[in-house]
Design a protein around this ligand. Structure first.
Ligand SMILES: Nc1ncnc2c1ncn2[C@@H]1O[C@H](COP(=O)(O)OP(=O)(O)OP(=O)(O)O)[C@@H](O)[C@H]1O
Length: 244
């Protein structure tokens, strides 16, 4: 049975009088791994910021687990959400401290923090980097720290905005395998923005095509890619043509 984790209704976001995101209704189901694809400037990051409650919408409503998110409840709901961006923006300290910081802010006991950091460093295969300064890491290592820092919070939903786009192919493939395993094992609902069809095909089970601020198609990833509708065909069709 479908169980919506986040519901958008009548979302309309404007910038300089121009509509940049217009979503009459949309549901993110619990446990799904949703890919979001679309051309540059389509509104993907704006959609992510809206779903992740980073920017309150100018109109419309957002529900989280069926409850309308208000200004006062947004802070509590945001604690159930983790975001990892392309630029990992790690703090000017060790890998260990970067991964620990979220639990420290939540005033978790020291012993729990130590155990949890050790666990997530191990999951993302970066235990050997614990003492290394976060600004002295390779791109792939930094993204692993970024993901460990997000997953240690045990989020209900994880948002990934092009996290692998700057990585070389073998690094990307290994990291994709690892994060897929982690979100599947933890049943973490995930929203993944990417320009890379291989990443989308491998990682996601549902796909939304966003063009001009509107969701033109939304369904199982394989179905959307195999049978793009007339609106998304202009975008998906180019890919299919290139790869056929
Ligand atoms: N604060 C803002 N002020 C004005 N325009 C904005 C603002 N934020 C976003 N936009 C515009 O809204 C549109 C959607 O931007 P957004 O970053 O969401 O697109 P995107 O699909 O993520 O693009 P990309 O693939 O290039 O990252 C773009 O035309 C962008 O220029």
């Amino acid at each position: 049975m479908n169980s919506p984790l986040i519901t958008l209704e009548n979302i309309d976001i404007k910038a300089r009088e121009r509509s940049i995101l217009s979503i009459p209704s949309f549901e993110l189901q619990k446990g799904e791994i949703l890919g979001v694809m679309g051309p540059n400037g389509a509104g993907k990051s704006t959609l992510l910021k809206t779903l992740a409650l980073l920017d309150p919408p100018q109109s419309g409503s957002i529900k989280f687990q069926g409850q309308t998110v208000s200004d006062s409840s947004a802070l509590v709901v945001r604690r159930k959400i983790a975001v990892a961006l392309q630029q990992s923006l790690l703090l000017d300290t060790s890998v260990y401290q970067n991964v620990a910081v979220g639990l420290k802010i939540r005033n978790r006991p020291k012993r729990e923090i130590k155990e949890q950091v050790a666990y997530w460093l191990d999951v993302f295969k970066i235990s050997h980097l614990a003492k290394k300064h976060a600004h002295h890491l390779s791109g792939g290592e930094a993204q692993r720290v970024n993901l460990a820092r997000a997953m240690i919070l045990e989020p209900e939903v994880l948002f990934l905005d092009e996290p692998f786009s700057a990585l070389d192919f073998p690094t990307k493939v290994q990291l994709l395998k690892d994060i897929k395993q982690v979100v599947e094992e933890t049943n973490t609902t995930t929203v993944f923005i990417s320009h890379d069809l291989m990443e989308i095909k491998y990682f996601t089970n549902r796909l939304a095509i966003l063009i001009g601020g509107e969701i033109k198609q939304h369904g199982p990833t394989e179905e959307v890619l195999a049978f793009p509708n007339s609106a998304s065909a202009t975008f998906i069709g180019e890919w299919n043509h290139l790869l056929s």
